[in-house]
Design a protein around this ligand. Structure first.
Ligand SMILES: NC(=O)C1=CN([C@@H]2O[C@H](COP(=O)(O)OP(=O)(O)OC[C@H]3O[C@@H](n4cnc5c(N)ncnc54)[C@H](OP(=O)(O)O)[C@@H]3O)[C@@H](O)[C@H]2O)C=CC1
Ligand SMILES: O=C(O)C1=N[C@H](C(=O)O)C[C@H](O)C1
Length: 271
């Protein structure tokens, strides 16, 4: 079988650079285009050498249509606005879209749902095996414990992260909500400050810390009467997200259009 032809969106970013480094070590994939925004300083430069990596022979471009015209899949860790634009272009070009971008609005998500009618989309707030396994355990715990155990989700990330709560925190919140059979949007408590009053029964709380170079720490706390259970994941290296995204891109081959998750890719649905 021929190599899967890949486009990387946000090639100059932390995840874009990690993907550029990881692709040559991954069997069955080949980089064909590296996208950055119009006006980016790196346009035209080699997408490896420009960022201190091994040369790729692939120049950085902002021409989305040309990039997608020679691709099988696009891996996208960028910004919500860029991801929404790529969703439209990938749907038109029938190119699979692996979305790691977080901070997406309800409108962005609606655009992605539309895209998934035309092409294969894998979206996850966290592409790592560890977090997706953890989400299954958290769902089971939430189901077993019930709403009497207060669920709080604490996350910490590097100081350059721009969205909160993290995509992973929301993914874990969804897991708690699924376990309890409730809608997360109706039971979220975000950013408590001032005289908040006592905790509302059944809420799922979120707290976000930012600082230094932390790759991504998440803890789900179930606080009961006189005891506490905690589920934690610590990301030590962005390679876990890049490898997950590449596994997702390979998995899209031959799949029917639709919106899939990393649980689908990893075979964890119903686990
Ligand atoms: N799901 C997961 O497993 C993970 C998700 N993420 C998420 O991925 C996203 C990116 O993270 P990270 O790499 O750390 O962020 P960075 O800010 O380092 O990278 C984002 C890159 O996208 C570029 N970009 C902006 N607009 C466009 C555009 N129109 N076309 C192409 N590229 C564009 C940015 O360029 P410029 O700087 O010039 O704006 C930047 O180079 C975030 O939402 C983050 O939360 C991160 C890690 C794992
Ligand atoms: O911005 C990051 O860095 C990360 N973003 C994702 C998130 O929002 O959860 C995944 C990971 O935690 C790193």
């Amino acid at each position: 079988m021929s190599d899967l032809r890949l486009v990387v969106v946000g090639a100059a970013g932390r995840m874009g650079r990690m993907l550029t480094q990881t692709i040559p070590d991954t069997l069955g994939v080949r980089l064909v285009a590296a996208l950055e925004a119009d006006g980016a300083a790196s346009l035209g430069a080699d997408s490896g050498a420009a960022f201190g990596l091994q040369p790729t022979g692939v120049p950085v471009t902002s021409d989305v249509a040309a990039a997608l015209s020679e691709a099988d899949a696009v891996i996208d860790f960028s910004t919500p606005a860029a991801t929404a634009a790529i969703a439209t272009a990938a749907a038109k070009a029938r190119v699979a879209h692996v979305i790691g971008t977080t901070g997406l609005t309800a409108e962005d998500l609606a655009r992605i749902a539309e895209e998934a009618r035309e092409t294969v989309v894998v979206r996850s707030g966290n592409m790592s095996l560890g977090v997706n396994l953890l989400a299954g355990l958290v769902e089971k715990a939430a189901r077993a414990l019930g709403p009497a155990w207060d669920a709080e989700i604490v996350e910490m990330h590097h100081k350059l992260k721009v969205d909160a709560p993290s995509g992973t925190a929301l993914l874990l919140g969804e897991a708690v909500a699924r376990g309890r059979g409730i809608d997360l949007a109706e039971h979220s408590a975000r950013g408590r400050d001032g005289v908040t009053g006592p905790r509302k029964p059944g809420d799922i709380g979120f707290a976000a810390l930012r600082g230094g170079t932390v790759v991504g720490d998440h803890t789900v706390i179930f606080a009961g009467m006189g005891e506490r259970i905690e589920f934690s994941h610590r990301a030590e290296d962005r390679g876990i997200f890049a490898r997950g995204a590449l596994a997702a891109a390979l998995w899209t081959r031959g799949k029917a259009p639709g919106l899939y998750s990393m649980a689908d890719v990893l075979g964890l649905t119903g686990a």
